[in-house]
Design a protein around this ligand. Structure first.
Ligand SMILES: [Fe+2]
Length: 242
């Protein structure tokens, strides 16, 4: 994708996100409209021709939640009807899940998990001290007909030994088809991160770096980024949906 196309699509994302998260929007509208958020007109058809680099697999790590939160929706900032948001820089992440040929993959389950603003996972063995009880820590979303997904979360923070990242898992039906991690483009710690550097192919490595851009008109410094996920073609993959 050209930088102009990328900027345009992020701009559409941020406009949609800004509208979505205007103060007068109710929680219910967020839930109902979430599928359309990241979403609506976000990516021009054909804009992904250059990005069919299969998203590299990355380790799941030891901290996939060993107990799920009470709320597993795509808004990690607020748990159920809580009124206190998680501590952190509000971050919108959306994109498309595509197959190796560039076709959108609908009904793919996208799961994410990450540390809270203090560097603590939603996991009983996580280090780092006390969790931020207002951070959901994990969320999931089923892609729409265009393969789109969307999350509202916090900007990932570093924890000992790792550069900031968000874990992603993609499943089709009951089967996990990809486990990977998303990183922040331009983050200096990326250079020293063994997991990220373990991706030897430069294009694949770059495909997991996401530019988190300031959301125009946000008064609280929100950022938004686009992470498109390309599933590799493996013999075990199910037939493509028509
Ligand atoms: Fe991690």
């Amino acid at each position: 994708m050209s930088s102009r196309a990328a900027a345009a699509s992020v701009s559409r994302l941020t406009r949609a996100a800004a509208a979505r998260f205007a103060p007068d929007n109710s929680r219910r509208r967020f839930l109902q409209g979430a599928g359309a958020v990241g979403a609506a007109g976000l990516f021009a058809p054909g804009a992904f021709a250059e990005m069919l680099t299969p998203t590299p697999r990355q380790t799941e790590g030891p901290f996939y939640p060993d107990h799920l939160p009470l709320d597993t929706d795509n808004d990690l900032l607020i748990i159920n009807d809580g009124i206190t948001p998680a501590v952190g820089e509000v971050t919108h992440v959306g994109g498309r899940v595509l197959d190796a040929a560039g076709n959108p993959v609908r009904n793919a389950l996208v799961e994410i998990w990450q540390v809270d603003g203090r560097g603590v996972y939603l996991h009983s063995q996580s280090g780092g001290g006390e969790r931020d009880a207002n951070f959901q820590g994990y969320g999931r979303f089923l892609t729409n007909a265009k393969g789109e997904y969307y999350f509202r979360t916090i900007r990932p923070v570093p924890y000992p030994g790792r550069t900031p990242h968000i874990h992603f898992a993609i499943s089709r039906g009951e089967r996990r088809v990809l486990t990977t991690q998303m990183y922040i483009k331009g983050e200096p710690r990326n250079e020293r991160d063994g997991v990220l550097r373990g991706i030897r192919d430069k294009r694949q490595r770059e495909s997991v770096l996401v530019d988190l851009k300031p959301l125009p008109d946000s008064t609280i410094g929100e950022v938004a980024g686009e992470f498109n996920i390309v599933l590799g073609m493996t013999p075990a993959d199910p037939p493509r949906e028509s």
